[in-house]
Design a protein around this ligand. Structure first.
Ligand SMILES: Cc1cc2nc3c(=O)[nH]c(=O)nc-3n(C[C@H](O)[C@H](O)[C@H](O)COP(=O)(O)OP(=O)(O)OC[C@H]3O[C@@H](n4cnc5c(N)ncnc54)[C@H](O)[C@@H]3O)c2cc1C
Length: 305
């Protein structure tokens, strides 16, 4: 692995994969790192993509399992409310992530799985779990809601919702996303998203109520079984934090190293904003730096840590 790449990308979720591919396409030497042994698994997503992202994301057709045309909102004690023309896709998120990661792996100088970023020093030097030390000009933190790169520049998601989700057999075809709002779901809501032969059934709550995730999700599951909408078998579990506190400052610096945050590391539009972050990081200016490589358009200059 080269010790002083132009750009190090941490995390090969959708944000990191798109950032890495964009930066490599702009001519930078990019090292991309992912702590898991493969991209996109386990899936931590309800797999719904709103139609408005169709223009921004390529290749969605190949990973679409079914389309959605409306949303039903169920507020406790009231009849369900239907929102028509609520269009989107239920995708195979594992396949989506794998395609993006594969494209990134093809484009970058070096792509490693099973290697975690352990620490970032105040001068931007990155220490990996396998003992490797990297000195990038640009560090892109696409390492999710609890980003180490974000922490290094003082940008941390402090408002998070905790989630639990199960996949269950779908008994009756459905073309809507259902949202459940109840007084006993503090700071969150339940969801039921159909995906072909299965459905993703989940619940998000504020962290102090995380002990309620399992019993409340079990109850929602039993309710839908009783209504004949889903089977009682649980096919898989997932979960994870979702940032809800709004956008963080996505650009910072550690001495000479520019730090950019993408995706859930600096929440915005996680599946789409990464390539624009990377492009702005990596866009060559007409001028060249002293070593002949493209100058950094977003270079904020030295920032003391
Ligand atoms: C239960 C649940 C349901 C959701 N449903 C939806 C939905 O329906 N639609 C939607 O658009 N969004 C949904 N989301 C949110 C969506 O999944 C995220 O916004 C999206 O995954 C963010 O992409 P990302 O690339 O920023 O981060 P991630 O996909 O989280 O990728 C970050 C990557 O960084 C890696 N990483 C982390 N730390 C390190 C480290 N130190 N070193 C190396 N690698 C590291 C991780 O292993 C991971 O692969 C849901 C989230 C959850 C938890």
């Amino acid at each position: 692995m080269i010790a002083n790449p132009d750009i190090v990308v941490i995390g090969l979720g959708p944000a990191g994969s798109r950032a890495a591919a964009s930066a490599a396409a702009a001519g930078w030497r990019v090292v991309a790192l992912e702590r898991k042994s493969r991209a996109g698994r386990p899936v931590q997503c309800a797999e719904f993509i709103p139609a408005m992202l169709d223009q921004e994301l390529e290749g969605l057709g190949a990973v679409t399992v079914q389309n959605v045309h409306r949303m039903f909102t169920f507020v406790e004690g009231e009849p369900g409310d239907e929102t028509r023309d609520f269009n989107g896709r239920m995708i195979d998120r594992a396949a989506f992530d794998a395609r993006l990661a594969e494209a990134a792996a093809q484009a970058v100088t070096d792509c490693r799985y099973g290697v975690a970023l352990r620490r970032v020093d105040g001068d931007g030097v990155c220490h990996l779990a396998d003992g490797t030390v990297l000195r990038p000009r640009v560090l892109i933190g696409a390492d999710g809601p609890r980003s180490r790169a974000g922490l290094a520049i003082g940008q941390a998601n402090t408002a998070l919702v905790e989630t639990r989700q199960i996949a269950v057999p779908l008994k009756r075809a459905h073309d809507g996303t259902d949202i459940f709002l109840r007084a006993d779901m503090p700071g969150g809501y339940g969801w039921f998203f159909p995906k072909g032969a299965i459905a993703n059934l989940g619940l998000g709550l504020e962290p102090r109520a995380r002990h309620l995730l399992r019993p409340l999700l079990d109850r929602l599951h039993r309710q839908l079984v009783a209504e004949g909408r889903v089977g009682d078998e649980v096919l898989s579990h997932t979960g994870g934090p979702i940032p809800v506190g709004g956008r963080l400052e996505p650009i910072g610096g550690l001495r000479e190293t520019v730090v950019l945050l993408a995706g859930d590391a600096a929440p915005g539009s996680p599946l789409t904003d990464a390539s624009s972050s990377a492009s702005s990081a990596a866009a060559p200016r007409s001028s060249r730096s002293r070593d002949g490589s493209p100058a950094l358009e977003t270079d904020p200059g030295p920032v003391s840590s």
